[in-house]
Design a protein around this ligand. Structure first.
Ligand code: DOR
Ligand code: ZN
Length: 345
């Protein structure tokens, strides 16, 4: 059987929620990844170091026995974040970044930043204390076409932020466009990007293939084929500015399959397998290890993981749902066949 063994990978952008959903989804990630950058967009959001430490304990308690998984916490940036909290976060061994959500851009972003220029003093503090800023890069202007929101964000905000804070480490999260890829390539070494499996595997037709496909709806929305090809090229190029961040974003099936479904694709059940499929199609399986296991750790100045993960070329069918008692999550590629399978520990 064909196998692929890589150093244990990290997921540098992950939503695990809390409560019952956390219990369902965390085992999937802990099986696949040694560490993950945990998004702070809970209700209410995780805005202080104290809250992040409490959330970290809740996550650790959900790690199945025998698995070794480390959550890397982040704080949600708001207009009320203080320079003192940034200093505290930078000094904490468990907090690794701040996340900027433009207010209204996506799920649980109501407490996000309404006036980005107004938080420039906070970016200055992050630059000073050397803690990364993770950006959901989409404008929220209703008049801006949903497919243009990332490109316009780069022109309107991201270029200006990088010019004003040249020492600030920034991750443009879940990039989806040719323009974002080009921006990252041209930027200094302290500017990087994560790429999701859905943006590597699908173009926007997948959202409307024969009908509305709510499980392919996420934000930033999946773009046209030319953008997908640019993302595949970036991810498989061996350029360390691009690394793995699934943006796995679980929502209950009932909240996805409804008149106004939530944004988010759930991919934690098969994240590595999905990336392997995308890399193999690009004839670049040899580039998966750098993307999945090295470049993200290097960017966050974490030691690269010890141990390995092995994928086997074995077809398996993704179950229709995970979870039970009405609390179910529909995974990406539900009921479909995947060609790679993560070998058991
Ligand atoms: O599709 C998304 N879902 N995009 C985001 O930015 C947030 C995420 C979520 O939390 O559900
Ligand atoms: Zn996200």
């Amino acid at each position: 059987m064909k196998t692929l063994t890589i150093t244990r990978p990290d997921d540098l952008h992950l939503h695990v929620r809390n409560g019952a959903i956390l219990q369902t989804v965390l085992p999937h990630t802990a099986r696949q990844f040694a560490r993950a950058i945990i998004m702070p967009n809970l209700k209410p959001p995780v805005t202080t170091v104290a809250q992040a430490l409490a959330y970290r304990e809740e996550i650790l308690a959900a790690v199945p026995a025998g698995l070794d998984f480390t959550p890397l916490m982040t704080l949600y940036l708001t207009g009320s974040t203080t320079a003192d909290e940034i200093k505290k976060a930078a000094a904490s061994e468990h907090v690794h970044a701040f996340k900027l959500y433009p207010a209204g851009a996506t799920t649980n972003s109501d407490s996000g930043v309404a006036d980005i220029k107004a938080v420039y003093p906070l970016f200055a503090a992050m630059e000073q204390y050397d803690i990364p800023l993770l950006i959901h890069g989409e404008v929220t202007d209703d008049a801006c076409d949903i497919f243009d929101r990332e490109r316009v964000f780069i022109d309107t905000y991201l270029i200006d932020i990088t010019r004003n804070f040249p020492g600030l480490r920034i991750v443009a999260e879940h990039v989806t466009t040719t323009e974002a890829v080009q921006f990252i390539k041209d930027a200094d070494a302290n500017i990087a990007a994560t790429i999701t499996p859905q943006h590597l595997l699908f173009n926007r037709n997948a959202i409307l293939a024969g009908g509305i496909r709510p499980h392919h709806y996420c934000l930033p929305i999946i773009k046209r084929e030319s953008h997908r090809l640019a993302l595949v090229e970036a991810a498989t190029s061996g350029n360390p500015k691009f690394f793995l961040g699934t943006d796995s974003a679980p929502h209950l099936t009932s909240l996805k399959e409804t008149a106004c479904g939530c944004a988010g694709c759930y991919s934690a059940h098969a994240a590595l397998e999905l990336y392997a499929e995308a890399f193999e199609r690009a004839d670049a399986l040899d580039k998966l290890e750098g993307f999945a296991s090295f470049y993200g750790a290097d960017f966050y100045r974490l030691p690269r993981n010890e141990g390995t993960a092995t994928l086997e070329k074995t077809a398996w069918t993704v179950p229709p749902i995970y979870g039970e008692n009405g609390l179910t999550i529909t995974p990406l590629k539900a009921n479909e066949e995947l060609v790679w399978k993560l070998a058991k520990g």
